[in-house]
Design a protein around this ligand. Structure first.
Ligand SMILES: [Zn+2]
Length: 201
């Protein structure tokens, strides 16, 4: 069984959003086109309370994109984004939200960020996605969405550690690319045995 995991295709990560990824809305079309190929489609949704610990605004004197030490390790500080129930946290209006069987919300605890669809950034607190996938008999996972070098990469790398076969559809992802983060993420994913697919290449 094959599952498609669609990472964070939300307004705040698309052009005009609070943490816009270049060309982020370009992922919507290929993701919608891909959905019927999979037995299970799951969406993730970054879903922060206001004043979340990953926001630069929660750390006086710090600027967005600075890196600070949190109790669980280094944390990039982001502009306020994907606040629960806001328009920015909503899925892109053109994303197919009918076919997906589940939505995994993440980043809900005030003091812990969550890039991965499987674990919060403390690396211990599980979201429950792996149980869902195993219960549905899914061994082969394909990832797409935003952003390649953060939430997609962290999710894909966790999936490999959890024993899934993993593909990332690069044409259906876009990156933030802070200080070489895209190249680093691509090489880490390659070394982990993740198939990096480019359909339009
Ligand atoms: Zn976030």
């Amino acid at each position: 069984m094959k599952a498609l995991i669609v990472i964070d295709v939300q307004n705040d990560f698309c052009p005009g959003g609070a943490l816009a990824v270049n060309d982020g809305d370009a992922v919507v079309k290929p993701i919608n086109a891909m959905m019927p190929e999979f037995e299970l489609v799951v969406l993730t949704q970054d879903w922060h309370p206001s004043g979340h610990g990953s926001f630069a605004s929660s750390h006086p004197g710090q600027n967005a994109f600075a890196v600070i030490d949190m109790p669980y390790g280094p944390q990039v500080l982001w502009p306020d984004h994907c606040i629960q129930d806001s328009e920015g946290a909503a899925f892109h209006a053109d994303l197919n939200v009918t076919m997906p069987a589940a939505v995994i919300r993440k980043g809900m605890r005030p003091q812990v960020d969550s890039y991965s669809a499987f674990f919060e950034n403390d690396r211990k607190t599980a979201t429950g996605l792996s149980g869902l996938l195993r219960d549905r008999g899914c061994r082969h996972l394909t990832f797409a969405g935003l952003a390649t070098d953060y939430c997609v990469a962290w999710s894909a790398l966790d999936a490999v550690r959890l024993g899934f076969d993993v593909t990332v559809e690069l044409d259906a992802c876009r990156a933030i690319d802070l200080e070489g983060s895209l190249a680093a993420a691509l090489s880490e994913m390659q070394q982990a045995g993740i198939s990096l697919n480019e359909r339009q290449a």
